[in-house]
Design a protein around this ligand. Structure first.
Ligand code: GDP
Length: 471
C-alpha cells in the first residue's frame, strides 16, 4: 500500500527495508517511524493520513497487471470565476449521446459521465472549485486524471487561474487549456498563450507539450476538439483499473436527503459496485440499497470511473472519503465504529506536533479569535465554507470554525456554540425546534445564508465589530 501511494515498486521497498536490516514481506505492516524513513529515503513528501484511514487501507492490494482494463478518464474543470466553467460543463453534458435517448432527467450529483458517438466515455467532476479539489487531495483522494483549465480569452489569466495551475501542478495531473469565450470580439487567445508561459505552462503552439483548444461554451464551438484532446491525453495516460473485484471509490459529494436519507456520490476507482454490496466509507458503513446514475436512473452496478449516487448509508460521509466493499456487515460496522472512535478521540485530545506548530499556536492565541459554528446542506458546501472562512483573518483577529457539519442545526450544534458565544451559520439549513429553544436560553445567534460571498462579507463585517442585522 505504501509503495502504491508513492507510485514505487513494492519490491523496491522490500529491498530498501532489507538494507535497513528489516526483512519483511510485501504484505507485512511496518511501524510509522520506519514508514516515514522509507518515504524520505525514496524522495517523497510525508503525508500522514489519519489513523482511521490506515486500518482498512492496509487491507488493500494491488491488482495484477493482466486484470487491468482501460477505464474512462475523470476530468475536472478549473479556472477563474466567470470564465465559463459551469457553461462548459453544461455544453459538454450536451455531447452525451445517451442522455437524449434514455429520456433521463439531468441530476446534479457532483459528477456526470458522457458517452460519445464512438461509445467511449468521459467522466466530468461537476463541482468546480479549487477548494474541493485541494481538500480532496489533502485527504488522499486523487480522483482527477485530467484538468481542463478554462481561461476566458477576453479576460486572460486571473488570480484563480494561477491558483488552478498551481493546484494542478502540485497534484501532478496533466492539463489541457480551454481558451473560452472565443466568440467575443475582444477575445485574444494568443495573449492567453503568452501569459501562460509566465506560469510555466507551455502550450503546443508555443513549442510546449500542453494541449490547448479554443472554445466557446456559449456558441458550443470547439467542443469536439476539446473532447478529442481529452481522449488523446487519456490514451497517453493509459488509464486502467480492474473491474472484477470488490469495489472501491471516492466520495465526491455527500448530503442528507430529506426523502432518501444519507446519500453519497461515489466515483468508483476500481472494482464494480453493486446493489446489495456491504461497505465502509469513512466512519460510516452501509449496504447499497440503490444506485442512481447522473440521469436519475436506477442502475444495478457501477464500474471504474462511473459516478453514482449510493443509498443505504448509516450517516453522511465526507467528500474525499474512501468507500470500500467488505465481506460482511459485522466487519463494516466494526471498522466504521473504530474510525468514529478515533475521530472522537482526536476531537478531545490535541497534541502539538512540533515546536514550530506550538509557537505558531501560541502566536495565534494572542490574536483574538472569532468563533463560528457552520452547518450546511452538503458536504462540499461545508468544506467550501470552512476553507473560505479560514482565509478571513487579520493580524488582530482570526475567524475560527469550532464545529462544522452537514444537515439541519441541532441541539448539539447550539451547545457547541454556546460555550464560546459563537454564532451559528446556517447555509441552506435551519434549526429544529429544540435547537431554537436552547439557543433562546443561551442567547446563541443564528445567521442564515445561501450565497457564500455574502456570508464571508458579513463575517468580515462582524469581525470588525459591526455585526449585520439578523437574517
Ligand atoms: P463560471 O463562474 O466559471 O462557472 O462561469 P459561468 O459558466 O457561470 O459563465 C460566466 C458568464 O460567462 C456567464 O454569463 C456565461 O453566459 C458567460 N459565458 C460563458 N461561456 C461563454 C462563451 O463561450 N462566450 C461568451 N460570450 N460568454 C460566455
Amino acid at each position: 500500500e505504501l509503495a502504491n501511494r508513492m507510485a514505487e515498486k513494492g519490491a523496491d521497498l522490500v529491498k530498501a527495508l532489507f538494507k535497513m536490516g528489516m526483512p519483511v514481506t510485501l504484505t507485512q505492516s511496518i511501524d510509522q517511524d520506519t514508514a516515514e524513513l522509507l518515504v524520505t529515503e525514496f524522495g517523497h513528501n510525508i503525508v500522514r493520513v489519519s489513523d482511521s484511514d490506515i486500518d482498512l487501507v492496509l487491507d488493500t492490494d494491488t491488482d495484477a497487471e493482466d486484470a487491468l482494463k482501460p477505464r474512462p478518464p475523470v476530468v475536472t474543470i478549473m479556472g477563474h470565476v466567470d470564465h465559463g466553467k459551469t457553461s462548459l460543463l453544461d455544453a459538454l453534458r450536451g455531447t452525451d449521446v445517451v442522455r437524449g435517448e434514455a429520456g433521463g432527467i439531468t441530476q446534479h450529483i457532483g459528477a456526470y459521465q458522457v458517452t460519445l458517438k464512438d461509445k467511449s466515455k468521459i467522466t466530468f467532476l461537476d463541482t468546480p472549485g479549487h477548494e474541493a479539489f485541494s481538500e480532496m487531495r489533502a485527504r488522499g483522494a486523487n480522483v482527477t486524471d485530467i484538468v481542463v483549465l478554462v481561461v476566458a480569452a477576453d479576460d486572460g489569466l486571473m488570480p484563480q487561474t494561477i491558483e488552478a495551475i498551481n493546484h494542478t501542478k502540485a497534484a501532478g495531473v496533466p492539463m489541457i487549456v480551454a481558451i473560452n469565450k472565443i466568440d467575443k470580439p475582444e477575445a485574444n487567445a494568443q495573449k492567453v498563450r503568452e501569459r501562460l508561459l509566465e506560469h510555466d505552462v507551455q502550450v503546443e503552439a508555443m513549442g510546449g507539450e500542453t494541449q490547448d483548444v479554443e472554445v466557446s461554451a456559449l456558441k458550443k464551438t470547439g467542443l469536439d476538439d476539446l473532447i478529442e484532446k481529452i481522449q488523446l491525453q487519456a490514451e497517453l495516460s493509459e488509464l486502467k483499473a480492474n473491474p472484477d473485484r470488490a469495489a472501491e471509490g471516492n466520495v465526491v459529494e455527500a448530503k442528507l436527503d430529506k426523502g432518501r436519507g444519507p446519500v453519497a456520490t461515489v466515483l468508483v476507482t476500481r472494482g464494480t459496485l453493486r446493489v446489495g454490496d456491504v461497505f465502509v466509507v469513512g466512519a460510516e458503513s452501509g449496504k447499497v440499497r440503490a444506485l442512481v446514475d447522473d440521469k436519475g436512473r436506477q442502475i444495478k452496478e457501477a464500474g471504474p470511473s462511473t459516478p453514482v449516487e449510493v443509498l443505504g448509508l448509516s450517516g453522511v460521509p465526507m467528500a474525499g472519503d474512501l468507500l470500500q466493499v467488505v465481506e460482511n456487515e459485522a466487519r463494516a460496522r466494526e471498522v466504521a465504529e473504530y474510525r468514529a472512535s478515533v475521530i472522537q478521540q482526536k476531537r478531545t485530545t490535541s497534541s502539538p506536533a512540533s515546536l514550530e506548530s506550538m509557537f505558531s499556536a501560541l502566536k495565534e492565541k494572542q490574536a483574538m479569535e472569532y468563533p463560528l459554528v457552520v452547518k450546511a446542506d452538503t458536504q462540499g458546501t461545508v468544506e467550501a465554507i470552512v476553507a473560505a472562512i479560514n482565509k478571513i483573518s487579520t493580524d488582530d483577529i482570526k475567524a475560527r470554525v469550532l464545529h462544522a457539519g452537514v444537515g439541519g442545526i441541532t441541539e448539539s450544534d447550539v451547545n457547541a456554540a454556546a460555550a464560546s458565544g459563537a454564532p451559528i451559520i446556517g447555509f441552506n439549513v435551519r434549526p429544529n425546534a429544540k435547537a431554537r429553544e436552547i439557543a433562546d436560553r443561551h442567547k446563541v445567534a443564528f445567521k442564515y445564508y445561501d450565497v457564500i460571498y455574502e456570508l464571508t462579507d458579513e463575517i468580515r463585517a462582524g469581525m470588525a465589530g459591526q455585526l449585520g442585522p439578523e437574517a
